[in-house]
Design a protein. Structure first.
Length: 745
């Protein structure tokens, strides 16, 4: 329970007991009122709330308080709003051009940063938690600088007004007590518990995961919001409860509204002869899909046929979602809202209803489908001689899993092995050319889980990307690149279009990364003159080494984020002048927009206005980030749950981070990251060397630094916080433990 709540309750008891006590003096009333507004600049209070916050309960005290409020208003210190509330007067002038508006990043209990809109990182404002005026992580606030006050390189300020709350619903674990309950939010950046009155907890029991809606945001010294339980998700630790908690935490939909499902069911499945006549008929050309074994929706297929002139026709065929989902329709509005499918560990939250995503639009084998295609005439060296874009009708001859396609590449046997191997040869040439042009070879290690029927993880298996995966990737990149270039060249980039862009990396972040890599024993030479060349050389160096995943992840974090915009900028990571997303309209809304715009230009129509598409791009980028965060949260939950089942076993790992409060270790086999807390390192007193990212024993001089290979044992796991606590195994035990083998298959 947050101490603020208990303090608040104690104060309430004190106030109740004051009914029979002496009337507060005029001086104390004035001091209390003035302190209330000084400590809550920009926060408006009703008269009733002012009485409650200052402990004034008798008629005489209330009369004196009102008199003082009007006095402060007359002096210009306070202003009375239309609803009768009072607020500090200067905060009502917040619309002036000098107002600093930003978003709260509440990094820990002690302080936050307010990230000013459009400002660089170094212009973010440091704000102590006591100066947040009850704002929480993600809230949009107005902040006022404190004269001359700084925290390191950051100016210091205080929040004077909450412009907009980021959300008013939270997920957390409830603790039910006789006279009240409180919910501890799952979100690590929410540093205050939510108070719940007994009549507002519903059927929730202690240790349940619940969804709680805020009914009152407390100002002043009582910092705990008051909420009402709106949904009980289940007992903490259970798979359904935890996954539903993640879905609620990230505001992901649990199901499609009935009117959306009804609209999907009304879509006809039959392809008419009239529709086929409008399209290029490619049903007779050898076509197949290559997807993960557990895939249910198939966005893309590849076709190949030799031409009489010795070249080859390669088709990249994409589900024609835009034919079925019309602009401004019910289905379109729902797709815009979701913007992307979300892939949690044990389920998919689709962008489109199942009838579309897994049925009508999905390029299932042995079914005729409406598609939107990019068709290339290529020679044996993967040089493009001609290109064509347009609507088609196709027929998939075979559905391959990645494993089946890889088997044909490795063995040279099986159905369609000749076509797959020919395409693989072209893909390798395309990839080689990309890297010669400056593309960066980032391949982070992802994991998949072996789950039982209840969703409990039985093992963690690192995903291995082989030629079959890269084959598909290269042809999707090819289609995306050339669609973007085609539209750009129509009118020199002036036509409205949706681009996928990736800015050049921030030099300071790159410098920090190179210093970090040195701590692992790797020098990144020439990065100032040739970023991609230097990074690719490093990626080659670390292949197969324990620190590979750590450094690849850090390298990606040092890069800019790829986003959707309407400006025709380039893609740094891929080394493309222009790039878009054309190949996955079943699961990404930007691809639907790209299909519509491309068809618009193929019909020689004028460019539509850009404003609507700019806003949709911004929304899609935000939804993409939300999906990625939710997916990471579900992976972390399953990693913690699995490691919970193997406590007391030793694992090889690599030190991936060092802080004053502990050492992060990534376990090599499972790619799970846990922490050895400094408090658990009892063989000596260890000091943190911030400059060199290491811990040094004061007496034994033992050094723990980035990149060190260590052996650790799992000592504790916390499902709610999604954390893993580790301890180092002593040298003697370490030698014996290294001989043990663990099965993660």
């Amino acid at each position: 329970m947050n101490l603020d709540t208990t303090a608040h309750m104690a104060k309430n008891k004190k106030r109740k007991s004051s009914k029979s006590g002496k009337t507060p003096s005029l001086l104390s009333i004035r001091q209390s009122v003035k302190e209330l507004f000084e400590n809550n600049e920009g926060v408006s209070f009703s008269v009733k709330k002012i009485f409650a916050q200052t402990g004034i309960r008798d008629k005489h005290g209330k009369k004196e308080c009102m008199s003082f409020l009007f006095e402060l208003e007359h002096e210009g210190y306070l202003k009375q709003l239309r609803n009768g509330h009072f607020v500090t007067a200067d905060s009502t002038e917040s619309s002036n051009k000098d107002a600093l508006i930003g978003k709260v990043d509440h990094v820990n209990k002690r302080f936050a940063y307010v990230i000013i809109e459009g400002a660089e990182d170094e212009q973010d404002i440091f704000v102590k938690t006591d100066d947040l005026q009850n704002a929480i992580d993600g809230d949009k606030v107005e902040v006022k600088l404190k004269r001359g006050a700084r925290h390191g390189s950051k100016p210091e300020g205080r929040v004077v007004r909450i412009v907009e709350r980021a959300r008013n619903e939270f997920v957390g674990k409830i603790e039910v007590l006789p006279k009240y309950s409180f919910v501890v939010p799952d979100n690590k950046k929410i540093h205050v518990d939510i108070f719940v009155y007994p009549e507002k907890k519903g059927e929730a029991k202690t240790n349940d995961k619940v969804l709680v809606k805020i009914k009152e945001w407390h100002g002043g010294k009582a910092k705990n919001p008051v909420g009402q339980v709106t949904k009980v998700l289940g007992q903490a630790g259970e798979n359904e409860a935890e996954i539903h908690s993640i879905m609620a935490e990230f505001d992901l939909p649990f199901e499609f509204p009935k009117h959306v499902e009804k609209a999907a069911e009304a879509i006809p499945t039959e392809i008419t002869k009239d529709e086929i006549k409008k399209r290029r008929d490619m049903r007779e050309i050898t076509t197949f899909t290559i997807d993960p074994e557990d895939a249910k929706d198939f966005d893309d297929a590849i076709s190949v046929q030799p031409l009489k002139n010795g070249n080859y026709e390669i088709g990249i065929h994409i589900a024609d979602v835009s034919h079925y989902v019309e602009p401004d329709s019910i289905l379109d509005q729902e797709a815009i809202n979701r913007a992307t499918s979300v892939y949690l560990v044990d389920r998919t939250i689709p962008m489109l209803p199942e009838k579309l995503s897994n049925g009508v639009c999905s390029l299932r084998p042995h079914e005729e489908k409406l598609t939107f295609s990019a068709v290339f005439e290529m020679d044996e060296n993967a040089n493009i001689k001609k290109q064509w874009f347009g609507r088609t009708v196709t027929y998939s001859d075979r559905r391959f899993t990645y494993e089946e396609a890889q088997e044909r590449i490795e063995s040279g046997e099986g159905d369609f092995q000749e076509e797959i191997n020919f395409l693989n040869g072209l893909a390798k040439k395309l990839k080689k050319r990309r890297f010669q042009n400056g593309a960066i070879n980032f391949e982070t290690t992802e994991v998949k889980f072996k789950l039982d029927e209840n969703g409990k993880p039985l093992g963690i298996i690192p995903k291995v990307r082989k030629d079959a995966h890269k084959l598909v990737e290269e042809f999707m990149l090819l289609a995306n690149k050339h669609v973007a270039e085609y539209v750009f060249k129509l009118n020199g980039g002036k036509d409205t279009f949706v681009y996928r862009t990736h800015d050049n990396p921030n030099p300071e972040k790159l410098e920090s990364f190179t210093k970090f890599a040195v701590k692992f024993g790797h020098r990144v030479l020439g990065i100032n003159s040739d970023v991609s060349g230097a990074l690719n050389k490093l990626m080659d160096e670390i292949q197969g080494k324990p620190e590979q995943n750590v450094l690849e992840s850090l390298a990606i974090r040092s890069m800019s984020k790829a986003v959707y915009i309407t400006d025709p900028k380039g893609h740094f990571g891929l080394a493309f002048d222009h790039y878009t997303h054309f190949t996955s309209p079943i699961r990404r809304y930007p691809d639907v927009m790209v299909h519509r715009l491309l068809q618009h230009y193929l019909l020689k129509k004028k460019s539509p206005k850009v404003d609507e598409y700019t806003e949709l791009c911004r929304h899609s980028s935000e939804r993409e980030k939300r999906a990625a965060d939710a997916e990471r949260a579900s992976i972390k939950f399953k990693q913690v749950e699995f490691m919970q089942s193997v406590e007391d076993k030793a694992f090889a790992g690599v030190i991936s981070g060092v802080t004053e409060f502990g050492i992060f270790v990534e376990i090599t086999e499972t790619k799970c990251e846990g922490m050895v807390r400094a408090s658990s390192m009892t063989d000596d007193f260890y000091e943190f060397d911030e400059k060199n990212y290491c811990m040094i024993g004061k007496r034994n001089k033992r050094v723990f630094t980035l990149g060190d290979q260590v052996t650790v044992v799992v000592v504790d796991t916390d499902i709610d916080r999604r954390t893993i606590d580790l301890e180092f195994v002593d040298d003697q035990a370490e030698k014996s433990m290294k001989q043990d083998a663990f099965d993660f298959s």
